[in-house]
Every structure is written in C-alpha cells, then in structure tokens.
Design a protein around this ligand. Sequence first.
Ligand code: IMP
Length: 185
Amino acid sequence: MEELYFITGNKGKFKEAKEKLKYLDIELIQADMEYPEIQASDLKEIALFGINYCSESLKSPFFLEDSGLFIEELNSFPGPYSRYVHETIGNDGILKLLLNINNRGAYFKSTVGLYKDGPHIFEGVSRGTISHEIRGQGGFGYDPIFIPENNSKTFGEMTTVEKNKFSHRGKSLEKLGKYLENGVE
Ligand code: IMP
C-alpha cells in the first residue's frame, strides 16, 4: 500500500484527514515535523513555503495543511494570524471582540499543500457565523464558536464525520482525495 505522510502536530487535523481519505488505498501516516510558518497574508504562500522546505528532507509523498478563521466585522482578522490569536486571547477573546456586534459572519479557509512529483495546492472554504457562546467539547481550536451555514450546531458539537461534511478541511481534503485517485486537479 502506498504511504502518504501528513505533516502536522495537530491530532484533530489528522483524525479528520484519516476519516476523509479512508476510502483510498493509501496508508496515511502522521509526521510531527517542524517547519517554518512564514508570516504572509496568503495561506497559499505559507503552504507552498512549507512543502518546498519539507521536500528537502522528506523524499516520500506528503502533504501539510494551513488554515485560518476570517471574521467579517474584524476586517478578516485573525486570518493568517489565527494560531497566535487562539493561543493569546482564545475563543473568549473573540467573543468579547464581537460583544454587541450583530454581523457575526465569518469563514474558515483551508489550504492543503501536497508534494508528489512537485507541489500541488487544494483549497476549501466553509462559511458561517460566530456563535454568542462557547458550545461543544468536540474538535479543536475555534470549533466551539463556529456555526457553519445552514446549521444550528457549532463544529464543536459535531462528530468528525459531520464536521468533515461542512468544513473547509473536509472540502480541501476532498479535492486532495480526487487528485490522488485520478490525477485531476
Ligand atoms: P494552523 O492551520 O494549524 O496554523 O491553525 C491556525 C489556528 O486556527 C489554530 O489556532 C487552529 O487551532 C485554528 N484552526 C485551524 N483549523 C481549525 C478548525 O478546523 N477548527 C477550529 N479551529 C481551527
């Protein structure tokens, strides 16, 4: 069976990828390998830098994934700074910033960078709103405060299978899966 490495230290991301790509005849392996996340406004640029960096030492096919939360009322903040913002002000801080704000529109974007005979990029977007309170124990990161479009539950209240149906990562991984299956980008 062909091996494919997913470079991530995030167990939640790996669980989602394992579930989404389980139909493929591929052994997905988690590789917790450090790579520099450059400060750029574009997730694609960050992912491309990461895969080119990792391809120097990893010779088997691999992918990595970079994502961000973009909040309308905050002019797309935190976007590429999502990790730092989550580590500093967290979900409580985001809810405070949106206190008494009616426009709660937001979206998540996921960029998968695959390195297999060269670099390939697959993107997925999930639109929705920021909840008024923290809800759910599932998932990770901003999951307990994000409600995808046409849903009442937050990602934090969903199972992995449910989240994958609506999420940014579910969509980018779906494109990755199709590419691995039949080479169509
Ligand atoms: P990164 O892609 O791992 O750099 O993620 C940036 C930040 O966004 C981290 O704080 C993650 O926890 C958060 N994040 C990324 N993807 C998701 C998701 O699917 N749900 C909730 N938070 C996420």
